[in-house]
Design a protein around this ligand. Structure first.
Ligand code: GSH
Length: 202
């Protein structure tokens, strides 16, 4: 199978970490939808990464569909519990983390527009989403070793990707100081080769 993505996308990082945690072999094709010669839209009509192309040429997107498929296709190192209340909780962590990434990407793109066209109100709205979500994540995590209590799961991967993206693009957001338990979780995740080897880079 082949994963199409960039080295900066937090959603592509999520898929890369899951592939590595599940020890699934794949080819990684670097492509960013923001480059003029990008071919991403030829495989994903939404023109977004990541895209997973299976050996029979089936195309999967978005990252939530991809990671659910990957967790089911390989029985080892399960990252999501069986369908029940716990699985819903993992998926809520994922929705929250992806939502933080969505808001952060919106700010990043808005700040790339000519200064006169940028909306301070729009940026503040996204910043509020991030601040509230970090607060929520921190309260949910509490003193637990992992998002779901004791065992590592997709929830930790998604939170780690969101925090890693903030650290990469928004070093001014002081989440480590305001939420030391999130920093503790992030530092623990960074000890895993799957995280350390996928740190976002331009
Ligand atoms: N919900 C999607 C979000 C994917 C996404 O927004 N990817 C960004 C890169 S970080 C992208 O491809 N943006 C291109 C665009 O919006 O045109 C997922 O989880 O895969």
């Amino acid at each position: 199978m082949k994963l199409i993505g960039s080295l900066t996308s937090p959603y592509a990082r999520k898929a890369r970490i899951v592939l590595a945690e599940k020890k699934i072999e794949y080819d990684f094709e670097l492509d960013s939808p923001w480059t003029p010669d990008s071919k991403v839209a030829n495989t994903n009509p939404l023109g977004k990464i990541p895209v997973l192309v299976l050996d029979d040429d089936t195309v999967l997107f978005d990252s939530r569909v991809i990671v659910e498929y990957l967790d089911n296709v390989a029985p080892n190192n399960k990252l999501m519990p069986a369908p029940n209340r716990e699985r819903t909780e993992v998926k809520r962590w994922e929705a929250l983390s992806d939502g933080v990434c969505d808001a952060a990407v919106q700010i990043f793109l808005e700040r790339k527009r000519p200064a006169g066209q940028q909306s301070a109100e729009w940026i503040a709205r996204q910043e509020d989403k991030i601040a509230r979500s970090l607060e929520f994540m921190s309260a949910q995590l509490g003193d637990n070793a992992s998002c779901m209590g004791t065992h590592f799961s997709l929830a930790d991967i998604t939170v780690g990707c969101a925090l890693g993206y903030l650290a990469f693009r928004f070093p001014d957001i002081a989440w480590r100081e305001s939420h030391p338990n999130l920093e503790r979780l992030y530092e623990k995740l960074m000890l895993r080769p799957t995280f350390a080897e996928t740190v976002p880079q331009d």
